[in-house]
Design a protein around this ligand. Structure first.
Ligand SMILES: Cc1ncc(COP(=O)(O)O)c(C=O)c1O
Length: 431
């Protein structure tokens, strides 16, 4: 059977899954239509949209969310991995309530900023100082500015398929427009050659585990080589741990033994509130030190917001080494369960995982970010996404999944059963 025939079959399967979806979500459809009068298309975040329309959520607690149609979904998206303790954990709610009643923005420093920074410095081997922002994108923008100021150079380098938010200079597939240099994330010699050929660089950016690049760990020899090249050429090495940080007590970098100059953070460090941060070498962060007459201005109306500071600290304190080990082990168990389900069916799918982060792929073999990208474009992937949502499993269109501390063996069992059932349906529909 040719690829075209297969694609046609999956398109029919998508139509069937879409019909089932629309039947279960009439109120979401109406709400999206109404909101489209004020929001372009009825949504305000590209990554939450999928066809025919996303579910409109009403409430959530623990591991589950309820949409406006009353469907209850097991949340494996966790707002793109950040709700590491599930929805509304009481130990995060309490300090938020307390901060709400005492005031939360003063246009002046507050001690909670120091407390979260102290906690981050204690966890991150490489960091002596921290500067807060309001999102991961702002953190990577700030890291680029700091690196440019510190080195006196302008050009940035980004690994292919490494995601750093929506600051265009760091969007790897916009490099032709921005002039940023590109290097491969999975080939040490290729990376070194590309970086040395790029001329003077301010910074080299990479996620130690590629997140939206397929949940694929960057090989150790690549990370080590980047450190050597950065040292020899005077560029700063930046590890983007906005998504990775949950993988180890000191982030994903802890297990690599490679020390970056700067680490960008976001997501889990705000306990569900908007946040970002740049943590790194004291000497480098000092470019923002107001005691210095030539310091770099870095403003931000919401920087160091008390709600994010207290929620982040409470959330991180509860994410100790034991909690991280537990969710990483549950991630391994989910991956193993999905692999057994895959083995029982004749459908070309696979799963990659690094601890608590997983990615379900519409291809039998995914070892490289290029393969992950190709699988993400396959019609089978769209079918799998809708089929899993129809079975009560909430995950993004690229079928990434993540584990939170409220999940148990029972949660994993439900997810594996849903995957098994979705694959059985895929087999039936394909005939
Ligand atoms: C590795 C990485 N860097 C940066 C960002 C951007 O963060 P934000 O969406 O908070 O701007 C993300 C978001 O998914 C990310 O995963």
């Amino acid at each position: 059977m040719g690829t075209t025939d297969t694609d046609i079959i999956w398109r029919r399967a998508i139509e069937k899954a879409t019909a089932e979806y629309t039947e279960r979500h009439p109120r979401s459809r109406d709400a999206i239509r109404q909101m489209a009068a004020w929001l372009p298309g009825g949504d305000t975040r590209s990554t939450t949209w999928f066809d025919p329309y996303p579910m409109v959520m009403d409430a959530a607690r623990g591991a589950e969310m309820t949409d406006v149609d009353g469907n209850v979904l097991l949340d494996f998206l966790r707002n793109y991995t950040l709700l590491v303790h599930g929805h509304c954990p009481p130990f995060v709610e309490e300090p938020i309530r307390d901060a709400l009643s005492r005031g939360f923005l003063f246009g002046s420093p507050m001690r909670e900023q120091g407390a979260l920074a102290e906690h981050l410095v204690a966890r991150l081997r490489a960091a002596g100082r921290v500067r807060f922002t309001n999102s991961g994108t702002e953190a990577t923008m700030l890291a680029a500015r700091i690196a440019r100021r510190y080195t006196g150079r302008r050009r940035l380098a980004v690994a292919r398929f490494s995601y750093h938010g929506s600051f265009e200079d760091l969007v790897w597939d916009a490099a032709e427009r921005t002039g940023s240099a590109l290097f491969p994330a999975d080939d040490a010699d290729g990376a070194e050659a590309a970086l040395r050929a790029a001329g003077p660089l301010a910074a080299i950016f990479i996620e130690p585990v590629l997140g939206s690049g397929g949940i694929l760990p960057v090989p150790q020899d690549v990370l080590e080589r980047l450190r050597v090249v950065a040292d020899e050429t005077g560029a700063l090495l930046v590890f983007d741990e906005v998504m990775n940080f949950r993988l180890g007590y000191g982030g994903a970098q802890e297990g690599t033994g490679v020390t970056p100059d700067l680490t960008t953070l976001g997501k889990i460090i705000g306990g569900g509130m908007p946040i970002g941060a740049v943590a790194g070498r004291t000497e480098v962060l000092a470019v923002t030190d107001p005691h210095r007459p030539d310091h770099m201005e870095h403003g931000g109306t919401f920087n160091g917001h008390r709600l994010a500071m207290v929620a982040g600290l409470a959330s991180l304190q509860a994410l100790d080494r034991a909690a991280i080990e537990r969710i990483n082990a549950l991630g391994d168990r989910l991956a193993a369960g999905v692999r057994s389900a895959i083995a029982a069916h004749d459908v070309a799918v696979s799963i990659t995982n690094v601890g608590s982060l997983l990615n379900f792929h519409a291809a039998a073999d995914v070892h490289t970010p290029e393969q992950a990208e190709e699988a993400a474009g396959a019609p089978l992937r769209r079918f799998l996404h809708l089929a899993l949502v129809n079975r009560g499993i909430f995950l993004p269109t690229r079928c990434e999944m993540c584990i939170s501390t409220v999940m148990t063996e029972e949660t994993i069992g439900r997810a594996v059963a849903a995957v098994d059932d979705a694959l059985a349906e895929a087999e039936r529909l394909r005939g």
